[in-house]
Design a protein around this ligand. Structure first.
Ligand SMILES: Nc1ncnc2c1ncn2[C@@H]1O[C@H](COP(=O)(O)OP(=O)(O)O)[C@@H](O)[C@H]1O
Ligand SMILES: [Mg+2]
Length: 274
């Protein structure tokens, strides 16, 4: 995939008040570059199909989260959400600017099962970032390893990509990532915090087991298994030795029924035991 900007010869050089350096990652919608703003390194994302409204929406969601900073303990949760700093247009293309994170995405660590304490450490920070989004009134709706970034210090974790984020109880585009999206999100029902709980569960399951809950080569089949209420995810304990409580937490988080899933607070408490 490429964006309009890198389709041509220009893949480095000045872009408005920024200087592009190199490609850091690609998702379904855009290419992420490292760039300089003066002496400061930033990440600039160029949309595959220019979409100013979407970029502004992401900035609005991010601003709502950032406003929680001044609210006592909530400020600490906000630190796990990568803020959108700027949105701008250049020769018809749309760009979004964020702090650059040097540690890569969690997807780079998903080739094999991680030790439980590492997964729990990552899980706690992920849960805290998503708590901040929920407190600001939004559901992320695209939690998956590709959208979780590490800082230069691997202990720093940041949730990014709020392109599917939507206000609680609103119905959005029927957009979702197979393998991580809840049955309700796949059916395009009103968005609820339980959708994000499911996706956190799917991400943690993958970290611990080394596979997504219904992993198969064909995304349509993966969606079918996610939707099929007669086919619960195989317990993680069938693949790896796991404390009962943590196995139970993953099973509940991946429940087909949203009301059976744990709250983020419960997830955080349980993950803190490991
Ligand atoms: N702030 C950042 N710092 C470093 N790399 C990033 C940053 N944001 C995104 N990336 C990388 O670029 C990829 C695509 O960015 P993302 O915002 O997820 O776009 P998409 O909406 O296309 O999925 C990510 O999966 C990640 O690997
Ligand atoms: Mg993404």
């Amino acid at each position: 995939m490429s964006c309009a900007y890198c389709n041509g010869d220009v893949i480095q050089g000045p872009l408005g008040s920024y200087v592009i350096r190199e490609v850091k990652g690609m998702g379904g919608q855009r290419v992420a570059y490292s760039a300089l703003a003066g002496n400061v390194e930033v990440c600039i994302k160029c949309f595959n199909t220019p979409n100013l409204a979407l970029a502004q929406h992401e900035k609005m969601v991010s601003d709502s989260v950032q406003r929680l900073r001044s609210r006592g303990d909530y400020g600490k949760l906000v630190a796990h959400v990568n803020p959108v700093q700027d949105v701008f247009q250049h020769r018809g293309d749309v760009f979004l600017v964020e702090p650059l994170r040097q540690g890569g995405s969690l997807a780079e660590q998903c080739g094999q099962a991680l030790p439980v304490f590492t997964a729990a450490f990552i899980g706690r920070k992920l849960v805290r970032g998503i708590m901040a989004l929920h407190l600001a009134g939004f559901i992320h709706r695209d939690i998956k390893p590709e959208n979780i970034l590490f800082g230069a210090d691997a202990g720093e974790l940041f949730v990014t990509d709020m392109s599917l984020a939507i206000a609680v109880y609103k119905q959005g585009l029927a957009a979702a990532t197979p393998g991580y999206a809840s049955p309700q999100q796949l059916r395009n029902l009103a968005a609820s915090v339980a959708d994000d709980v499911y996706s956190i569960g799917a991400t943690l399951y993958q970290l611990i087991v080394g596979l997504r809950p219904f992993q198969c080569a064909n995304p349509e089949e993966e969606v079918e298994l996610t939707l099929d209420s007669s086919r619960p995810a195989l317990p993680a304990a069938e693949f790896v030795k796991l404390p009962d409580m943590l196995n139970g937490l993953l099973c509940r988080a991946l429940s087909k029924q949203p009301h059976e899933r744990p709250t983020l607070r419960e997830m955080h408490e349980e993950l803190s035991r490991h």
